[in-house]
Design a binder for this molecule. Sequence first.
Ligand code: F0G
Length: 458
Amino acid sequence: MKTIIEPFRIKMVESIKMTTAEQREKIIKKAGYNLFMIHAEDIIIDLLTDSGTSAMSDIQWAGMMRGDESYAGARSYEHFYNKVYQLTNFKHIIPTHQGRAAERILFDILAQSGKYIPSNTHFDTTRANIEYNKAEAVDLVIEEGKDPQSLHPFKGNIDLEKLENFFKEKGRENIPVCMLTITNNSGGGQPVSMENIRGAKQVCEKYGIPLFLDACRFAENSYFIKMREQGYENKSCREIAKEIFSYADGCTMSAKKDALVNIGGYLAMNDDELALQCRNVLIVTEGFPTYGGLAGRDLEAIAQGLDEILDEDYLHYRIRTVEYMGERLDKMGAPYLKPPGGHAIYLDAKAFAPHIPVNQFPGQAIAVGLYRAGGIRSCEIGGIMFGKNDPETGAYIPPNLELVRLAFPRRVYTQSHFDYVLEVIEEVYKNRDSLKGFKFTYQAPLLRHFTAQFEVCH
Ligand code: F0G
């Protein structure tokens, strides 16, 4: 088989500033060993997130120039509405400035104290918006989804038996909506099968509970269904995506992922009464319903991005990139969460650096190691982000998994960049015994990972 090439060519470039190991040593120390505190210019390959970091196409940029910036009834809204409607068939489509704004509007209305909102796994902002409104966010992913070595093809699936029991136990009047995150980001970018989505819809229907998708990475999920689920091999990803949306009553969407834009999102649904309430909140907090939190040009870019993301040559290259990273990591023996997901590789830090105790944050040690060795920015998703202290004893409670996420921006880096990343990981892995843990010198009471400062444990 021939090399799977990037199915695009480059018309505009952005220079990468190179740094030496000595320079990086000073930079990371000055940043208090927190990669969020480094100037992006001092990063060689930035794999902090795949969100809002896509390269837009020539046609998207052309659309930006054609944006209609009328306050009400802009042509760009019609274009955006038609594209989202053709894909999802949802009647009401409400533009927001990003995914969490859609979540905030939805949960301002649906979530209150005493309510429960189940999902396969809620993403952090979804959970935060639910909890901010005093409701409870509950994760019901299948057991295989929690095992970093399980090769289940759809590790993002929700446990349908647990879901039904949950509905029975809590009562439909206390469950305003059920969510399903496709792909399941917090579980490693793992897909949800069509069978599972259909099954979730059946259970929800039986209890009269609406099903909403967190659809950020719907196209990557569709491609996995085509590759892995019987009966879908000859369907187009667009057909698969349309079938996925046909089972849902609505969705929240961060267009910063699978709509290939740098900012944007939407909230969509069929329920007229709910849509009316959402639009009222939208007008107060985001903007008039035909632009929401966005400019007309952003709506044009989303409309076009939703077509481009379903190009199967693109999706093939996209998923193959992550798979290729996994194969090469297997060869060098470096442990990561398997199978590789849709948008990122997650190194398994406890297995990678077993000599570092969890209260010294092995994920952070690896993330700092990757920056030192090659200027790569990754993200610790482990104790620093999710660790807690027992409110009574103060004892440290680590999360189940200590991961380092390398998330891949869409259409930004080429194969040689990825080969470089692999070389850097290999170097860090070979010298893993020299990695050292970290301890906090400063931590904020909330979302401490963004601003924390550290020193090296000796
Ligand atoms: N849902 C999922 C599954 C996400 O991954 C994200 C963002 C959001 C909702 C929120 O969307 O950022 O547009 O407000 N994920 C980013 C990430 C931040 O790095 O994984 P947003």
